[in-house]
Design a protein around this ligand. Structure first.
Ligand SMILES: Cc1cc2nc3c(=O)[nH]c(=O)nc-3n(C[C@H](O)[C@H](O)[C@H](O)COP(=O)(O)OP(=O)(O)OC[C@H]3O[C@@H](n4cnc5c(N)ncnc54)[C@H](O)[C@@H]3O)c2cc1C
Length: 124
């Protein structure tokens, strides 16, 4: 079994400071620690993990299927599971967004117009 990982093991979970709802960790665990443990466990069961290796194309007309990887030699697989997750787009704004709390203490993100008004209020 070969896993191709474009960036680093852990995916989105790897960037979480604390994961509280993963089975077996009642006190929570950091995403980095969870990813590290998963990596060791996968290798123990014989998985090979190619880090910083992005799959760019799969050709489905021959078997085993050739998978092209970022300029490297293609690898081949009899069966392929694609689990490429999600990558979040960042808001293309030049200013920083600030957070505040509403009257019930719930956090929300202020638009630049709102935080300019609230800092003007704080100065008076
Ligand atoms: C900050 C943060 C905190 C979170 N906290 C929690 C939590 O506490 N509890 C919870 O249940 N969920 C949490 N989540 C959500 C959870 O992490 C995701 O639901 C989960 O990681 C999704 O897993 P996945 O394997 O589907 O995708 P991903 O985690 O996105 O992993 C996909 C992987 O595929 C790789 N990849 C993509 N394209 C290619 C390619 N072409 N070639 C090779 N590799 C590729 C990516 O680099 C990535 O490593 C959190 C998410 C974030 C961002």
């Amino acid at each position: 079994m070969l896993a191709l990982e474009a960036i680093a093991p852990g995916g989105q979970a790897g960037s979480s400071s604390r994961i509280e709802n993963y089975l077996g960790f009642p006190l929570g665990i950091s995403g980095q620690d969870l990813a590290g443990r998963a990596f060791v466990q996968a290798e123990k069961f014989g998985a090979q993990i190619a880090v910083a290796r992005r799959a760019t194309a799969i050709k489905c007309d021959s078997r085993p299927f050739p998978i092209e990887c970022d300029g490297d030699e293609p690898v081949r697989g009899q069966a392929i599971v694609i689990a490429c997750g999600a990558a979040y787009r960042k808001l293309q704004v030049s200013c920083r967004l600030r957070t505040s709390r509403d009257s019930k203490g719930r956090p929300y993100t202020m638009e630049p117009r709102q935080w300019r008004r609230s800092s003007a209020k704080a100065k008076t």
